[in-house]
Design a protein around this ligand. Structure first.
Ligand code: ADP
Ligand code: MG
Ligand code: MG
Length: 371
């Protein structure tokens, strides 16, 4: 029997569209001789669409799409998680989403590939749902996903294991409201200008700005606080941006490294998703020492958060000094055929479809080890 792979895409995230691109590549590449692909789309308002119509339902971008066929079935007691004793109870209206677990997800899927980026996808929430249901899934678990998503927690863990990174200051909306003057002074004393201001929990450069003076700093903090209740500010590093792929569970391996050359002031949303916004150079031109540092810090970073399956670890290699600093780890990196992560593995001898086979294998291994 073929392995039934549920590919989850879309999601309640600023990176919804990016996820659609990644998932399309994944679904096109899953070999129909070995896999039955079950598309599972999550709309921006959190509705689930399972099966053939899922792709269309999301593309239609109807903000309040009618519940799909499977949604209507969901209230029937076919869901194996409904205790027979409570089946007789009359259904209650559920106001929160996901307002139901699609029975197809629960009963008919062997492994899930959550091709979701950002909140409610890359941050441990969908991973938690899949743990509860007991379905193996590709990529990191709850802890690693949450740590990879939260730039403050991530940096705390990295410094605990001695991974070099830019200096930073983190604070909450409440502490900013109580005493913004003290926080501004701390940033100016410890980091100086220019500095980078970021919402703690986001990706794709959304809500990130470079501040060159106090006025820009305050403006940037307000922008970041509109996305998240926690904000991180970092010293700006004048650096080349180097990225490397990690693959594996307990014995992860590193791909060749690649370099991002943004055509804009920094690698912002436009540079990431506009054609020609950035150039990818694979392999990156690094000295043997730089290459070794990138590889070993990447594996250390992956293990520090207890990553599994895959991750892309992003670095700054400082101009002039050659200092190698970790910027971040992404537990569900962009996954189109043209994205950095798959291209790094292709350059390391692992083609896109073989990479998918390996990730699915790792998902099943991880599940077996944990149960
Ligand atoms: P995201 O998770 O949204 O990708 P990043 O922390 O990677 O957020 O920041 C996005 C981009 O902003 C980086 O790729 C880089 O171009 C720039 N950037 C972020 N932090 C710094 C920094 N401390 N120094 C220099 N550039 C930075
Ligand atoms: Mg990121
Ligand atoms: Mg980044």
């Amino acid at each position: 029997r073929k392995l039934r792979v549920g590919v989850i895409f879309g999601g309640k995230s600023g990176e919804h569209e990016v996820s659609l691109q990644s998932a399309k590549s994944v679904m096109d590449a899953l070999d129909p001789l070995h896999y039955t692909t079950i598309p599972i789309g999550i709309s921006k308002d959190g509705r689930w669409h399972v099966g053939k119509g899922a792709w269309k339902a999301l593309e239609a971008k109807q903000p309040a799409a009618l519940p799909s066929k499977s949604a209507q079935n969901a209230s029937s007691p076919s869901n194996r998680f409904i205790n027979p004793e409570i089946q007789g109870l009359s259904p209650v209206e559920v106001k929160r989403s996901p307002d139901w677990l699609p029975p197809a997800l629960v009963n008919e899927i062997d492994v899930v590939f959550p091709v979701l980026h950002g909140t409610f996808g890359e941050d441990g929430t969908i991973q938690g749902l899949l743990e509860m249901v007991g379905i193996p899934y590709v990529g990191s678990g709850v802890l690693a996903s949450a740590l990879g998503m939260d730039k403050i927690a991530m940096k705390q863990i990295f410094s605990a294991v001695g991974i070099p990174q830019a200096r930073w200051v983190g604070f909450t909306r409440a502490s900013w409201a109580q005493d913004d003057g003290r926080i501004v002074r701390e940033i100016e004393e410890q980091l100086g200008y220019p500095c980078f201001v970021k919402p703690a929990n986001l990706g794709s450069s959304v809500g990130i700005s470079k501040a060159r003076n106090q006025r820009e700093l305050v403006e940037a903090v307000h922008l970041a606080l509109s996305y998240d209740r926690r904000v991180i500010v970092e010293e700006a590093i004048d650096a080349r941006e180097i990225e490397i792929g990690i693959l594996g569970n307990d014995d992860p391996i590193a791909s060749v490294a690649g370099e991002i050359v943004p055509k804009r002031e920094f690698y912002d949303y436009e540079a990431k998703y506009q054609d020609g916004g950035a150039e990818l150079r694979i392999p990156a031109d690094l000295s043997p020492e730089e290459r070794k540092a990138v590889e070993s810090y990447a594996i250390r970073a992956f293990q520090a958060i207890d990553g599994s399956g895959l991750a892309r670890v992003d670095f700054f290699v400082e101009r002039g000094t050659g200092r190698v600093l970790v910027n971040e780890i992404n537990t569900m990196p962009g996954f189109t055929r043209f994205s950095m992560y798959p291209k790094l593995w292709e350059a390391s001898g692992l083609a896109y479809d073989k990479l998918l086979d390996r990730l699915i294998e790792l998902a099943l291994e991880r599940h077996a080890e944990r149960s």
